[in-house]
Design a protein around this ligand. Sequence first.
Ligand code: 6GU
Length: 247
Amino acid sequence: PEVRIDVVTIFPDYLAALDLSLVGKARRAGLLDLRVHDLRDWTTDRHRTVDDTPFGGGAGMVMRPDVWGRALDDLLPTAPDPAVRLVVPTPSGRVFTQRGAEELASAEHLVVACGRYEGIDARVVERYRAEGHPVDELSIGDYVLNGGEVAALVMVEAVGRLLPGVVGNPQSLVEESHGAAGLLEYPVYTKPPSWQGLEVPDVLLSGHHARIERWRRDRALERTARRRPDLVDALDAEALDARDREV
Ligand code: 6GU
């Protein structure tokens, strides 16, 4: 079941990176139908205008609802479909998380509307929501970017790697950071065992599977408690065993 993602932007070249790596591979494998569109294709004036000054005054420019309306009317189904979601990257959105990526990966079709300037006229989201289309206004974190393009790259990569058949080893999906355990990843090492006087922890060379698992769990807990106490607070009561509580 191929997933379709349409990205609409005034900077289509920004999305060129999606030809590369894992997402590019998913596209070539026919698992992901990714199409990048230039918003200016839906303008009607000679200057291909997409923005105008904000009502009420203030700095910057706002993207026009009429141009976005024509674009989204072309890309979204006429009748709302719960499997087709409008995604609007914005620093004013809910924070995009691994759970959010999983949610988007379960859709059949995403239309990602990248705003620039001070944002898109608020009536655009209002209208598609009122019509019953699922709309997600999502931020990738608490900092400000110039537009939604980099956030769209982040979202497409986070979603793309979850599509069935994209990651070679399914274990690598369940074991990683922000996976089922809700913890950060433990530190990893490879050859050589000694490098510039720094040694790989002995336990990892021991071949003792149970001890290795316990060591990794302890390091993941320790790291999460130090770096992301908010993640420890959010763990389910059953997520920690008696041995975990000693760390
Ligand atoms: Cl989704 N857009 C912009 N412009 N800035 C952001 C963001 C999105 N997420 C964090 N900062």
